[in-house]
Ligand binder design. Structure first.
Ligand SMILES: [Zn+2]
Ligand SMILES: [Zn+2]
Length: 371
């Protein structure tokens, strides 16, 4: 029996860069913080060479991050005249559908190779099949290359639709999690948000949800439910992107309370199902098999539903995906004061434009699965 397995390593690298912009319309100089997530993966067949696969996943993630930080940009309007430089628009477009050229190349290459090999096999086979050979030799490559071209065309059309200056001089509609424009404070030399943050986040229909860009935005080190000092080890951990976990600070009483609520919900669900389900079942008096099957299904489903309902009613935080390409999440906090601190704590003003913020800004996480 042939048994193949490989160990796959996924790595992520998070980094930021301070970008200097000179407005091409009014000449105003401003800055913004570009944050990106790089990802890399590698596999080790039969888990042989795991260490080197892990290393190459890490290197791939770092390389991907460096490329993205060099080539991509965010849509940050000039704080003086609201214009967004063409260079920023180009950089932002480059980040959308950035893997399309790789997919197109793979389809064109493998589609062509597969049809040529197929044609060769047929031409060597029985004479009756040889009529299909010209179709394979010409049709296969034509279809693959056309498909690859169509992918690139669609990408071009999607990117061309990104025109944030379309309604200029009206304020542009910005993507979720767009960084604020920073200006240098003449007195202190530090970079500061150019406009009050509440104004920078204009147009958000639901201010209870806060945009959170991985790498750029920070969370205050207090419990998100009660604002007591957060305790390491009690965080709420949740996978956000490939090899990147979201860590929400909690204190240990709040973390325990959350777990207790889940158990409470599960028992309530089970109790409710028993109190209503069993009398109804006895009254309906079904076949014995049906009776026990229903009991088993109720016993599994009811606690899950109960835990979900109580969880939704009491959980201190909810998470939605904002924009996976730019590592943006949307976070909702039950504690409004915590949500306000998250929104106001942004952005963290860096003092050395052009350099990475701090050594801790680049981090890697690894996960592996046998598959
Ligand atoms: Zn300007
Ligand atoms: Zn707490």
């Amino acid at each position: 029996m042939l048994f193949y397995y490989s160990r796959r390593f996924e790595a992520a690298a998070v980094g930021t860069r301070v970008v200097e912009v000179a407005c091409e319309r009014c000449g105003c100089e401003y800055f913004y913080q570009l944050a990106r997530l790089g990802s890399g993966s590698a596999s080790a067949p039969y888990a042989i060479g795991s260490a080197s696969a892990e290393r190459s996943a890490r290197q791939g993630a770092q390389q991907d991050l460096d490329e993205r930080l060099t080539e991509e940009a965010e849509l940050v309007p000039c704080p003086a005249c609201r214009w967004i430089n063409e260079g920023l628009v180009d950089g932002y477009r480059r980040g959308r559908w950035r893997h399309a050229s790789e997919y197109a190349a793979a389809i064109a290459f493998f589609g062509t190779v597969a049809s040529l090999i197929g044609g060769w096999f047929l031409s060597a086979g029985p004479a009756a099949d040889r009529g299909a050979v010209p179709y394979l030799l010409h049709g296969g490559p034509t279809v693959s290359i056309t498909l690859a071209g169509a992918i690139l065309l669609v990408r071009h059309l999607i990117r061309a639709r990104i025109r944030p200056n379309r309604d200029y001089p009206l304020p542009p509609r910005l993507p979720r999690g767009s960084p604020a424009a920073l200006v240098r404070n003449a007195a202190t030399g530090e970079l500061e948000p150019a406009v009050p943050d509440s104004e920078a986040r204009f147009g958000d229909p639901n201010p209870a949800w806060v945009d959170f860009q991985v790498g750029r935005d920070l969370l205050p080190p207090v419990c998100c439910a009660c604002l007591a000092p957060a305790e390491p080890g009690s965080e709420y951990r949740r996978p956000a992107f490939n090899a990147v976990d979201l860590l929400i600070p909690l204190c240990s009483p709040c973390a325990r309370r959350w777990t207790r609520h889940a158990w409470l919900g599960a028992s309530a669900g089970l109790g409710l199902a028993a109190a209503i389900g069993i009398p109804v079942l006895l009254w309906m008096n079904p076949d014995e098999v049906i009776f026990w099957m229903t009991i088993v299904v109720l016993g599994i489903v009811a606690p899950i539903v109960g835990a979900m309902v109580i969880g939704y009613m009491t959980e201190p935080i909810r998470v939605q995906l904002g924009d996976s390409t730019r590592g943006v999440l949307r976070l909702w906090f039950r504690n409004e004061e915590f949500a306000r601190r998250v929104a106001e704590g942004l952005p963290t003003a860096p003092d050395h434009p052009g350099t990475a913020l701090k050594p801790g800004a680049t981090s890697s996480a690894l996960s592996s699965r046998i598959g």
